[in-house]
Design a protein around this ligand. Structure first.
Ligand SMILES: NC(=O)C1=CN([C@@H]2O[C@H](COP(=O)(O)OP(=O)(O)OC[C@H]3O[C@@H](n4cnc5c(N)ncnc54)[C@H](OP(=O)(O)O)[C@@H]3O)[C@@H](O)[C@H]2O)C=CC1
Ligand SMILES: CC(=O)N[C@@H](CCC(=O)OP(=O)(O)O)C(=O)O
Length: 378
């Protein structure tokens, strides 16, 4: 058995032996082999990041990679920086993957396409989906924000929301994990525990968010051309970004009340990196130091979430390339208010890193396997 492996298959005690033998972590443990993993949408940014991170994973072997336009090419033709990942296969179409030889999937496809693909996949597969398709539990909310009816509502009900630090136990037992969006990861990691403890008020939460351009994916779009991005910043989707209902779903659950947030994203002149600056109201009698102390105690034993010392400002450049989220809480000049700042790398903790964190748990590996690399700086 490989280092750090714990057997945690959710089905262990509830299904007959014949079904248990189909559970990847049982198969993998029994044989001592690495889990065979396919990356759907491997020719995109998050897919490439999955391949980069899993390259050093002792218990995962990437056995299938898919692309759409890029299908047929070798992986290093599409991503020359990964030319040394010599064991990975060439890109094929989704329908050409032999799923009998796959234990688990990272699904890095655009939303809407994802649900069409996942609903047809064999049920023995453990799946971490990086798209938005299975994050919202309410089908009507999904239809309202994504503009169409969901084609796999039964899977929407089954999916576990993979904000790992907050839902670790559910993730361990899941077959399908909906990996959170990058903005919802960055904003909910500090706000969820504060609301759950009643330390901040549920009204008047304002989230100002900023993302690097890789957040928009690799597909060519006019709005992502160099001249459109360089030497400036811009807001987008003002008042209507689809991460609002995702954040509201989590924060409402945390507080037990219907929470509405004001959320405005901005596109920054960086390739990767994300910051959310949240303006919140303190509950009566609560101080800013109390918010920091609470977050520190909640995340004290977490490998990937770091609450910085008083007055230390989180920088996106201090988490670049890593699976860390750095956060801190500051006094606002306006009485009774606080400023909560958190930063992540949108492609790592905001996408592929958290996806691997989740798959590690689903397969029974130590959660941190292949994820402890420190930030790249400068
Ligand atoms: N980028 C980020 O920071 C984050 C992204 N996400 C989500 O993760 C998912 C992947 O994002 P990202 O990697 O950035 O996206 P990219 O646009 O970079 O990559 C998309 C991938 O999907 C493939 N693809 C596109 N259309 C189809 C189709 N119709 N059938 C089959 N394959 C298709 C592309 O193949 P090809 O290029 O060969 O055509 C490519 O491999 C998205 O749902 C995104 O919203 C979530 C959190 C953060
Ligand atoms: C900079 C940029 O464009 N970012 C993307 C968010 C990426 C992400 O997490 O999107 P999903 O919910 O689709 O997974 C956006 O705002 O649409």
């Amino acid at each position: 058995m490989k280092t750090g492996r714990l057997h945690q298959c959710s089905n262990r005690s509830t299904v007959p032996e014949t079904s248990r033998s189909r559970c990847p972590s049982v198969r993998v443990q029994a044989s001592g082999e690495a889990a065979r993993v396919a990356v759907l949408g491997a020719s995109g940014y998050t897919g490439a990041e999955v391949v980069r991170l899993t390259a050093l994973h002792p218990g995962i072997k990437v056995t299938a990679l898919t692309g759409e336009k890029q299908a047929g090419k070798s992986f290093s033709d599409v991503f020359p920086h990964l030319v040394t990942a010599t064991s990975v296969p060439k890109l094929v179409k989704i329908e050409d993957v032999n799923y009998k030889d796959v234990d688990a999937i990272f699904c890095c496809l655009p939303h809407a396409t994802t649900q069409e693909v996942i609903k047809k996949l064999p049920t023995h597969l453990k799946i971490v989906d990086l798209s938005a398709d299975f994050r919202l539990r309410n089908v009507a909310t999904y239809a309202e924000w994504y503009g169409h009816e969901h084609v796999a509502p039964e899977l929407q009900k089954e999916a576990v929301y993979g904000l790992t630090e907050l839902f670790r136990e559910q993730v361990k037992g899941a077959r399908l994990v909906a990996n959170p969006g990058c903005y919802p990861t960055c904003s909910q990691l500090p706000l969820y525990p504060l609301l759950k403890a009643g330390l901040i008020l549920t009204d008047d939460i304002i989230i100002d968010a900023k993302s690097g351009v890789s957040g928009a994916g690799r597909a060519a779009k006019e709005s992502n051309l160099y001249c459109e991005i360089a030497e400036g910043i811009n807001s987008y989707a003002v008042g209507k970004h689809r991460h609002m209902p995702e954040v509201e779903q989590g924060l409402s659950e945390a507080s037990g009340k219907d929470v509405r947030v004001s959320f405005t994203p901005h596109l920054m002149n960086l390739s990767r990196g994300m910051q959310t600056t949240s303006y919140v109201k303190l509950a009566p009698g609560v101080t800013v130091d109390k918010l920091r102390e609470h977050l520190s105690s909640i995340y004290e034993s977490e490998a990937f979430v770091k609450v910085l010392p008083k007055d230390v400002i989180p920088h996106t450049r201090h988490v670049r390339g890593s699976n860390f989220c750095f956060m801190n809480v500051f006094e606002d000049r306006l009485p009774g208010r606080a400023v909560v700042i958190s930063v992540i790398d949108n492609l790592v903790k905001g996408a592929s890193g958290q996806a691997l964190q989740n798959l590690n748990l689903m397969l029974g590996y130590s959660e941190t396997t292949a994820l402890m690399q420190l930030a790249m700086f400068p």
